[in-house]
Each structure stands twice: as structure tokens, then as C-alpha cells.
Design a protein around this ligand. Sequence first.
Ligand code: AMP
Length: 298
Amino acid sequence: MVDIVMVGTVALDSVKTPFGQKDDILGGSATYGSYAASFFAQPGIVAVVGDDFPQDNLQLLKEKGISTDGIEVSGKTFRWSGEYEFDMNEAKTLDTQLNALATFSPKIPEEYKEAKFLFLANIDPNLQLAVLEQTNADFVMLDSMNFWIESARDKLLEVISKVDVLLLNDGEARQLFNTANLVKAAKQAMDLGPKYVIFKKGEHGALLFSDGKVFNAPGYPLEDLKDPTGAGDSFAGAFIGYIAKTKDLSEPNIRKAVVYGSVVASFNVEDFSLENMKRLSLEKIEQRFNEMQELRSF
Ligand code: AMP
């Protein structure tokens, strides 16, 4: 049974970092998000890929227990290419080809309709809204990025007003709310509707804002960082996966979910595409979670 519905991109990425270059590798917000969530719960993807999309990529997701029944095949796959310099906190987008995404009209499989958790991963806010309207989730989280902030700002603000958790990276939060100050950005975000706001700060962890409280989650001090692509999406996937597993929406448990998000994201960036998450186990996740607790004890 699917317990988390995720709409987002399933993509072919071309990525260059100071540690290498890879072309046409598996990527996309729903790909990273669902794979990270699958360590805790059962995600189902809503997305579109083209007839150029390699079947073994879909097989990889299915073997992890992720439902791909909501992945439509039409036209050409969404493609993104990006580059990182030594400061790997921010990707420089070189090219975005929407392809099949430009005409995609999401349909939700019957078996997704009872899911209580919905992740509107980074994709066109019009598609996020279309999925939100077709599902019955109790807990909805949204992520986005500069591309949509610039091209669909009003629609994005409308979707934000309908979700429980808003997730952005710090640069995107400053851009969307037109302020340099993240505390002010979080207040503006919560005024729109979300109960929780999470700002991801790359290697510096994440900030969780809720009802007058702030939690500052550490980033794991990694020695081998190869490719930051998908850090935000794997953070989000593990976050909502942990909440779906525990079904506990209390603030202390949401804090724990933020730390699980940081942990899984830290594994993801140790290699390109899903390579390191493919080698990951719940046991290794728990070990690093305990190390994170040590990091903050004084
Ligand atoms: P992040 O977690 O922010 O590093 O997300 C990286 C993933 O986002 C890549 O695998 C891309 O395929 C995907 N992506 C890039 N641009 C967009 C976009 N405009 N909309 C949706 N997904 C995107």
C-alpha cells in the first residue's frame, strides 16, 4: 500500500562537480525523494518520463518497493544540466529542458488515493496543485526552486497557502520572500498558512521554524562530498518518510525527522546520482543519526 504520494520530476541529469562529470544519469526530485523515503515507508510516484528513459532506472525504483504506477510515458524525458564549484551549496543550472513536463496532466492511480502523506516535490506549481486537488492527504509538504520562483511565483504562493510544511533552501527563501533575513522569511511563509517551515542550508544543516520555536539541525561533517545533486530532495524524502513511519506529528518528532533528513542527504552527496543511496541501509542511517546526536551534545 502506498502511504506517501510524491509528485515531482523523474529526470536525466548531466552534472559537473570538481570531482567529475556524468551525463544522462538518473535524477529528478521525485526520484531522490522517493528513494530516500523508501527506507522508512512506501512511496508512490506521480511523474512523466519519455520513451528515451532507460527501463532499468524504473526497475531500480520498483526493486526498492517504490510504486511507479503513477509514472506516465510520453514524449521526451525532462532533462537538467548543472554545475557546482568548490562551494557546493548552490547548483548553477546550465540547461533545463521541460520536454514532456510542459504538457503533463497528472492522473493519480486508485491505490494512491488513500495515502495520508503527500510530498509536492520540486516541479511546476500548477502540477503540484493538480495533484493536491486529487488526493486526500492529512499532511502535505512542498518544495520548490528558483526556476519556479521566477516563472510561476503567484501560483507557487497559492500552493504554499494550502500545505502544512514548506521546504526551501536558504537562497530560495530569500528570493521568494524578498528579504535577506531567514527569520523574517519564515514568518512571512507561516503567515501564508504552513505550520512548519524548513530552510535547508546545505552543509550547514537546516532550520525548522514552528509557532515561535526554532530548531537548528546540524549538517553532518562529511569528508567525501562528490555531488550535491538531490541533497534537498533526499532530505525531504527521508523527512516525510520518517513521519509516515512514526505517524507522530508532534514537534519533537518533527525535529527528529529533520535530523533523519540531514542524515540521508549526507549519504546521498557522497556519490553521483543514487549510487550511494543504493548502498545504504537503515542500520547505517541509525548509526549516523546517533553520531548527529553526539555532534550536538555539550
Ligand atoms: P536538489 O535536491 O535541489 O539538488 O534537486 C536536484 C534535482 O532537481 C535534479 O536531479 C534535477 O533533475 C531536478 N530539477 C532541476 N531543475 C528542476 C526544475 N526546474 N523542476 C523540477 N526538478 C528540477
